[in-house]
Ligand binder design. Structure first.
Ligand code: GDP
Length: 237
């Protein structure tokens, strides 16, 4: 296994942890590869942050806003890639994993079952995974498929950060009310989970620095605690 501290450039290690929590870590993302089954997942052990959400929730726009790359995640929408996990590599070596949007009614049941098994296993067992960003449309939050995704990842004790996307579609007070309701529901239904939530808009960049800071803290925390990722996953805690 490579020494995971090398994932953080030497310059960043020397200047301290504060830089890791800045937006810099997420810039310069490049498309790396795509995986439709387990053996195609990248090897090498670089830490990985996954993005999931219902189709049309705003996941691609969120990834683009967070990485400041106008069209990066729309690669995932090109024909032949919509049922894949698409990986983007940051300059630090860390990866962003764009999971396929769920909820397309017209997907045949056999394909849906294949994907459900793959995603369930990915979220429960993928060793380099350090956290999940779950994107929900602020007007349709916590659908049954969002709950299913949470049910798959919560037992692994990884942190999950919910972006209530398209916050510009609601007034500030309505957005605040949805956020408080969601926090209350998550605390009630997943009392032992490491869950955060915030409002987010790719359109007016509401919440972009906050989300960048959460992701950077996951990646930075991993870099300074390399042994953490070696623990067995998928057993629940
Ligand atoms: P994905 O299917 O989850 O990747 O969703 P997309 O990022 O493709 O967005 C779906 C639709 O919502 C598109 O028409 C986007 O332009 C729109 N959208 C995405 N983010 C925002 C946002 O922050 N505000 C608004 N008003 N629209 C958004």
């Amino acid at each position: 296994m490579p020494d995971k501290r090398h994932i953080v450039p030497k310059q960043l290690r020397e200047t301290g942890h504060s830089l890791l929590t800045s937006s810099h870590l997420l810039h310069h993302a490049e498309f790396l590869t795509t995986a439709a089954e387990w053996r195609q997942l990248p090897t090498g052990g670089a830490p990985e942050v996954a993005f999931a959400g219902r189709s049309n929730a705003g996941k691609s726009s969120a990834i683009n806003a967070l990485t400041q790359r106008a069209r990066l995640a729309f690669a995932s929408k090109t024909p032949g890639r919509t049922r894949h996990i698409n990986f983007f590599r940051l300059r630090s070596g860390a990866l962003l994993a764009d999971l396929p949007g769920y909820g397309y009614a017209q997907v045949p049941a056999s394909v849906r079952h294949h994907w459900q098994r793959f995603l369930a296993r990915y979220l429960a067992e993928r060793a380099p995974l350090v956290g999940l960003v779950l994107i929900m449309d602020v007007r349709h939050s916590l659908t049954p498929l969002d709950r299913q995704t949470l049910d798959w990842i919560v037992p692994s004790a990884l942190p999950v950060h919910v972006l209530l996307a398209k916050s510009d579609k609601l007034s500030r007070s309505d957005g605040g009310r949805v956020l408080e309701e969601l926090r209350g529901t998550l605390t009630r239904d997943y009392p032992r989970a490491r869950l955060g939530a915030q409002l987010f808009s790719a359109t007016n960049r509401d919440g972009v620095p906050e989300a960048q800071a959460v992701i950077a803290s996951w990646l930075g925390g991993t870099a300074s605690e390399p042994s953490q990722k070696e623990r067995p996953r998928g057993q629940g805690e």
